[in-house]
Design a protein around this ligand. Structure first.
Ligand SMILES: Cc1cc2nc3c(=O)[nH]c(=O)nc-3n(C[C@H](O)[C@H](O)[C@H](O)COP(=O)(O)OP(=O)(O)OC[C@H]3O[C@@H](n4cnc5c(N)ncnc54)[C@H](O)[C@@H]3O)c2cc1C
Length: 392
């Protein structure tokens, strides 16, 4: 792969809106990605392996629990710093960002927000340091966009629960030490349970043959009469709103992360177009390629403004689920379109692993599907503005 010469586009001087802390956090993540992700990621994506040597580095840049308070091992940062870290990591690879998102928003967040003090103290510091890795089991083979229909369930067996069911498409599952599992109790109400690797009847087979997020490990979670201690129940919140609350936080991170992937594709295409000569002049001097590049920077700038404003609303505790849906949907779609256009700017070279664009493009096909599909987020906006749900 070519050396990482990335220069971040900032057409509207958004850096002026960032605090010194935001810039420090962002720059630390940016240089770590250049140093530790860019040189190896293509090889790991090609061989479809998660590069576990990067876990310590992810922990050091604060990517595991950026906004979790420091007393629990988190970085205690605000929502804009969290977004900037996700942007920089996804600039490197969406699969690496997925690992960080799952650990922070789908594992640490529910333990922090819905767990009790003993659970917070037991798990959060180890999750923040990467000593423990986690995964989040919501999706099932027959219930993806409609997780409320899940059939995974647990029964009260006196001093423990007995968990049965299966989860599909679970990021980090093959190596996770713990899983936050969403399942129904005997009355049909959804609860979160902390399931630990090693519990009898709990297995995590890996999902192979993906063309997307190849450097992220994906798998199933199978529960065959797993005995889960009662103290592993997340008591603070139940019902579908509990897992959806975690998804708000993760989707917000994706809205920033997708900008990173788009920035990398744009920057690569711009540099290539200025250097590549055809018909005796750089292709950047042709109107058709300028149209592509000009539209890319326009869309990136709009997405940056949207993410920044959403970050302010999150900091004030005012961002709604529907606002987060809109940003996730818009920014991932923007990034995928830019990846497709940028790939064409590079001609034949665009399909090789010499450049990051094709990998970003394939990764974004998952990002536009997971954490709520492109369609589902549109329906969330539709329901929000009309007051009428069109899901059924
Ligand atoms: C690489 C990867 C990693 C993932 N990681 C995780 C994870 O860590 N944890 C986890 O729990 N899940 C994870 N997922 C699952 C992901 O969230 C689901 O794939 C997603 O929610 C969609 O569910 P589905 O694949 O079952 O598609 P379906 O729900 O079957 O949807 C199929 C199509 O139908 C459309 N559709 C569905 N309902 C409607 C409707 N009412 N109106 C109109 N159109 C509709 C959808 O938009 C989609 O286009 C991951 C997925 C992938 C690909």
């Amino acid at each position: 792969m070519k050396p990482d010469l990335f220069e971040a586009p900032d057409y509207y001087f958004l850096d002026d809106l960032l605090s010194e802390e935001h810039k420090l956090v962002r720059d630390a993540a940016r240089s770590w990605v250049k140093r530790s992700v860019s040189p190896i990621i293509e090889e790991y994506a090609q061989k479809a392996e998660f590069p576990d040597q990067i876990l310590d580095g992810l922990a050091e840049i604060g990517a595991f629990g950026p906004y979790i308070p420091e007393e629990y091992g988190g970085a205690g940062l605000d929502q804009i710093s969290y977004g900037l870290i996700m942007q920089e990591i996804e600039r490197g690879d969406s699969g690496v960002r997925s690992t960080a998102s799952v650990q922070s928003s789908l594992v640490m967040y529910p333990i922090y927000a819905y767990g009790n003090e003993a659970q917070r103290k037991k798990y959060l510091p180890k999750l923040a340091s990467g000593e423990l890795m986690g995964c989040f089991g919501l999706t099932e083979p027959d219930h993806g966009s409609n997780p409320g229909g899940m059939v995974s369930n647990f029964k009260d067996a006196g001093d423990h629960f007995v968990l049965n069911g299966a989860k599909l498409w679970i990021s980090n599952a093959p190596f996770a030490d713990i899983a936050i599992v969403w399942a129904k109790d005997e009355s049909g109400r959804i609860h979160g349970l902390i399931v630990e690797r090693g519990m009898e009847g709990f297995t995590t087979p890996e999902t192979h043959n993906k063309w997307s997020l190849r450097a992220s490990a994906t798998g199933e979670l199978i529960f065959d009469n797993v005995k889960v201690p009662k103290e592993n129940l997340l008591e603070g919140k139940s019902g579908l709103g509990a897992p959806l609350g975690c998804l708000d936080s993760a989707r917000y991170g994706i809205a920033w992360g997708a900008i990173g992937a788009a920035m990398d594709c744009y920057d690569t295409a711009l540099r290539y177009a200025k250097e590549r000569v055809q018909f005796d002049k750089p292709i950047a001097g042709t109107q058709l390629q300028q149209k592509k590049l000009a539209e890319m920077i326009t869309e990136i700038t709009k997405a940056q403004l949207m993410a920044f404003r959403l970050g302010q609303l999150r900091n004030e505790g005012r961002a709604t689920t529907a606002q987060i849906s809109m940003a996730k949907r818009n920014n991932v779609d923007m990034a995928l379109n830019i990846a497709r256009e940028a790939r064409q700017v590079l001609g034949g070279m665009g399909i090789t692993g010499e450049y990051s664009i094709m990998r970003h493009m394939m990764n974004l096909e998952s990002v536009i599907t997971y954490e709520g599909t492109h369609d589902i987020h549109l329906l969330i906006t539709g329901a929000d503005i009309t007051g009428i749900s069109a899901f059924k």
